[in-house]
Each structure stands twice: as C-alpha cells, then as structure tokens.
Design a protein around this ligand. Structure first.
Ligand code: PEP
Length: 247
C-alpha cells in the first residue's frame, strides 16, 4: 500500500518561541489536507513546545547522539528527544556530515539509536557538485547510503530516505526531474536489495534542495518521489503549506 506523500520541514538553526505560531498554522492547515503527511523538525529548544502546540503533525529532531546518556557535553540523546515528543530524527544531513565531520558509520549508529528509542529516521544522502560533474553521483550516493542505513526488520514506516544534492541546498538550484528520477530509481534499487522487494518498495524517498511552492508540483510528480524535505521554504506556514498542497 503506497504511503501518503511526506512533506517535512527542516527548520535548521532557526526559530525562537515566536515561531511556534508558524508551527500552529502548519498544524491547522495540515488538518485540512490529510492526503499529505506533514512534519517539521524545529531546533531542539522548540521540540517540546511544538509537540504540545502542533498536535496533529509530526515533530522531529535534526540530529541525535548515538549513546543513551553520559558525559557528552552539549549533546542530546535519542531517548531524550523521544521524551520531549520527537517522533522522528533527520540524520546524515550534509550540513552535519560537512560541518561536524560525521562519517557514514557515525550516522548509522545514530540511526540505530533513534530506532531503539522508538523514533522514525529520515536518512539524508547527496553528492557535491564536483562529484556530479565527475559523473560519479549515483555511485557516491548509493555507496553513502549503503554504509549509513541501519539494519531494520520493518523499514517501511520507520525509515525514509531523503536525496539532497548538496549543490541544490539553499542555493535556489534544483536538480532536473531527469536527474532526480535517475537517482531515486538507483536508491529504490538499493532499498530493494537491502530490505527485500516488498519492504524496499514501500520506503518513501524524498527530494530536498531548494523546493519551493512554484517548483514543488513538478518535483513531487516525478517517478519515485515520495515527498520533499524542505529547508528555507518551511520557515513560514504559507510557503511550506504551498508545497504540501502541490503534493
Ligand atoms: C535542506 O537542507 O534540507 C534543504 C532542503 O534546504 P533548502 O530547501 O533550503 O534547499
């Protein structure tokens, strides 16, 4: 059974309590468009309040530590996030991989921790401009994913993959539909190989990278695109729900 399109907002390091009004507005609008599954990942500081105030949409986190507790100053564990109301964690985002030197192995251990804590995982992958220019994008992304994805019995509703070409994030450049479809088909083949024909076919593959209300319809209609991971355009309810309505 095909899952609903999944539209996820990644607020990154944006938002103080004043932005909870956007979360409430997204929540209200999402309740009128139940054909789409809507979720947002605010910064850690807003997770609990967003979970209380935006009850119908999924609230998630943008990272977690692989351990459960201990002497890790400044880190937040998966059980803590689940306790705060997070239902999913975005992992392996290129900004974590690049700015914090996160390896595939670390990303994978974080995914295992998130699943153990009862949360869903959105696993990000994506190539740089130089890798794409060298014609190595598909191999790079599938190798990265193969090394980052956790072993999991029932991945269909617990695991989502987000393909986010690094050169498209926050730049206003989006991949062409042909490039998105080529990559999503390669990711689908990998998921089927790893999780089996039935379960691998059900995992949603999101596209991320400068998705906006005016390009969302074309991207979301592409083959093997099960939704979008949205950065900048998720910061206001108007633009974010403009994307959700295009799904
Ligand atoms: C992201 O970083 O997850 C992202 C897709 O950002 P933007 O939509 O701003 O390109």
């Amino acid at each position: 059974m095909a899952l609903r399109p999944y539209i996820v907002g990644n607020w990154k390091m944006n938002g103080t309590r004043a932005m909870l009004s956007e979360a409430r507005a997204i929540d209200r609008a999402a309740q009128r468009h139940m054909k789409v599954e809507v979720a947002i990942a605010p910064p850690y500081t807003l997770i609990h309040a967003a979970h209380r105030e935006a009850e119908q949409i999924g609230i998630g986190a943008q990272d977690c530590h692989p351990g459960e507790d201990g002497a890790f100053t400044g880190d937040i564990s998966a059980p803590m996030l689940a306790d705060a109301g997070a239902k999913f964690v975005i992992l392996g985002h290129s900004e974590r991989r690049e700015c914090h030197g996160e390896s595939n192995e670390l990303v994978r251990s974080k995914a295992e921790a998130a699943l153990k804590a009862g949360m869903r995982v959105i696993m990000c992958c994506g190539e740089s401009a130089s890798t794409r220019d060298a014609g190595k994008a598909v191999k790079f992304v599938t190798d990265q994913l193969r090394a980052s994805l956790p072993e999991i019995e029932d991945p269909d509703n617990l695991l989502t993959v987000a393909y986010e070409p690094i050169w498209a994030i926050g730049t206003g450049n989006t991949a062409t539909v042909a490039d998105i479809e080529e990559m999503h088909r390669a990711i689908r083949a990998l998921l089927v190989e790893l999780y089996g024909a039935e379960k691998g076919a059900e995992i949603r593959i999101l596209y991320g990278g400068s998705v906006k209300p005016d390009n969302a319809r074309e991207i979301l209609a592409a083959d093997e695109v099960g939704g979008a991971l949205v950065g900048g355009a998720s910061l206001t309810a108007d633009s974010f729900m403009g994307i959700a309505l295009a799904a």
